[in-house]
Write a protein that binds this ligand. Structure first.
Ligand code: HEC
Length: 429
């Protein structure tokens, strides 16, 4: 999940029981392109990071959003699960955050990078985290005490990192066309110059390193850095890649849309995913290696049969960024925190929360067809700019106790005013 084009609120632990388009077998909730996805070790949860600045933890069993992780001030470019189930998010704001399940704020924030962080990797023993950044460095963080080791040498943006399965080396790839294999015990890295800028890296269970280039090629190298093969995965730059847990296949997403499934042993394209509907920015396999998940420009996460390339469940088109028409509007920026769960128009597919179309003048929990929590139904609140402002000044738990809406506050009166003005304009059409 490396590469990139350039581009606080939080939640309660409790299952939010959010209803998310389960009939379509796809996870729709983000308000912008999905930039990164990761699957938990047990295959039950998925973590997605988006240009909308949020990360969402999903249950893959119920296909519902269980936690919205809001902390970063820019796009969430990379996500990972730790071995103990904690989560990691990294953003365009150069920060790396570590989260415990259900907590509203990160437990730890690793600071040091000075430009967007675009790729993360967890060491096989679960003790260390590696991050790749456009500041030209790779950092290796101790999850124990946060101590960081800075790996310098790339002369341009670093786009991808991967640990070798023996935990002895870290591979990094960059825009400078270099694959660097760093011995974690110390010492000089092995530097391999390839022929094109490199956007993504992964390691197979047997130690083979895979790098994806701007020339659409996958390069295979041994842990020692010897080139062992290549496959032309597509004509466009590769933006994301993943090796299946059983090591048999590599999924490579090209910019613009195509996703190739490569037979790693045969070095051939075994499948190309049926029309993904929208450009894919992130790929990840489930632990069974039979299912591939992709995250795309339309903000949705889809499941695919990794053997046949067929989509699992139907897909439904949706505009990519509902806020695209509001560039420069401060209120729309504040609303980015809401867009993962609320639409502005009743015509859009419902997200985890009720649509806010026609909000002002509406009585709380009165929208037909949405399953509000019982606690809200007895409340005597009419939504107006003043009551919505109160809701986020005090926080939903205080103003509307018993709500399913995750706890979140907007501290600045100016931001609240911009939000409620924006809602007036955007929900009355
Ligand atoms: C993680 C999802 C999530 C986020 C983020 C979120 N909400 Fe909600 N919101 C909900 C859910 C779920 C409900 C329904 C609550 C219930 O039934 O208990 C809700 C209810 C509401 C309601 C009451 C609607 C009604 O018809 O009574 C308003 C108003 C609202 N949200 C506004 C916002 C705004 C504004 C933001 C951003 C600042 C926001 N929400 C962020 C999930 C979310």
């Amino acid at each position: 999940m490396a590469h990139g084009t350039a581009t606080s609120l939080s939640t309660t632990a409790a299952l939010l029981a959010l209803l998310v388009a389960s009939a379509q077998a796809q996870l729709a909730g983000h308000g912008g392109p999905v930039r990164a996805i990761a699957i938990s070790g047990d295959g039950n949860s998925l973590l997605s990071g988006s240009f909308d600045t949020a990360a969402i933890r999903w249950s893959l069993k119920t296909e519902s959003a269980e936690q919205v992780l809001r902390f970063h001030s820019g796009a969430v470019n990379a996500v990972a699960f730790l071995k103990d189930g904690r989560m990691v998010t990294a953003g365009a704001d150069a920060k790396v955050a570590i989260w415990t399940l259900g907590r509203q704020q990160p437990d730890q924030v690793f600071e040091g990078h000075t430009a967007p962080v675009v790729s993360l990797a967890i060491s096989p023993d679960g003790a260390r985290l590696a991050s790749a950044s456009w500041d030209h460095t790779v950092r290796v963080w101790s999850l124990d005490d946060g101590a960081q080791q800075v790996l310098e040498g790339h002369t341009q943006q670093v786009n991808g990192v991967a640990f070798t399965p023996d935990g002895r080396y870290l591979a990094s790839v960059g825009y400078d066309r270099e694959l660097r294999i760093w011995p974690l015990a110390g010492g000089t890295p092995n530097v391999i110059a390839l022929e094109s800028p490199l956007n993504a890296a992964a390691a197979a269970p047997d130690g083979e390193i895979v790098a994806g280039g701007a020339d659409g090629k996958l390069h295979f190298l041994t842990t020692e850095g010897h080139e062992s093969g290549e496959v032309q995965a597509g004509q466009r730059p590769i933006v994301a890649l993943a090796v299946s847990p059983d090591g048999t296949s590599v999924a490579a997403a090209g910019i613009g849309g195509s996703v190739a499934l490569i037979d790693r042993k045969a070095r051939t394209i075994a499948q190309t995913l049926a029309d993904s509907g929208s450009p894919v920015w992130a790929v990840a396999f489930l632990p069974d290696s039979a299912t591939l998940l992709t995250g795309g420009a339309d903000g949705k996460i889809r499941r695919w049969n990794a053997r046949t390339g067929a989509v699992i469940g139907a897909s439904q088109a949706q505009p990519s960024d509902p806020l695209a028409g509001y560039a420069g509007d401060h209120g729309a920026e504040v609303f980015r925190a809401c867009v993962a769960c609320h639409t502005l128009s009743g015509k859009d597919a419902q997200r985890a929360g009720p649509t806010l179309a026609g909000l002002y003048g509406r009585r709380i929990a009165s929208l037909p067809g949405y399953r509000f929590s019982d606690a809200l139904k007895g409340m005597n609140i009419i939504w107006t700019p003043e009551t919505v402002s109160k809701l986020f000044e005090l926080g939903p738990n205080t103003y509307t106790p018993g709500t399913k809406m995750p706890e979140q506050r907007i501290g600045s009166a100016e931001d609240r005013k911009a939000l409620t003005d924006f809602l007036g304009r955007a929900t009355s059409k």
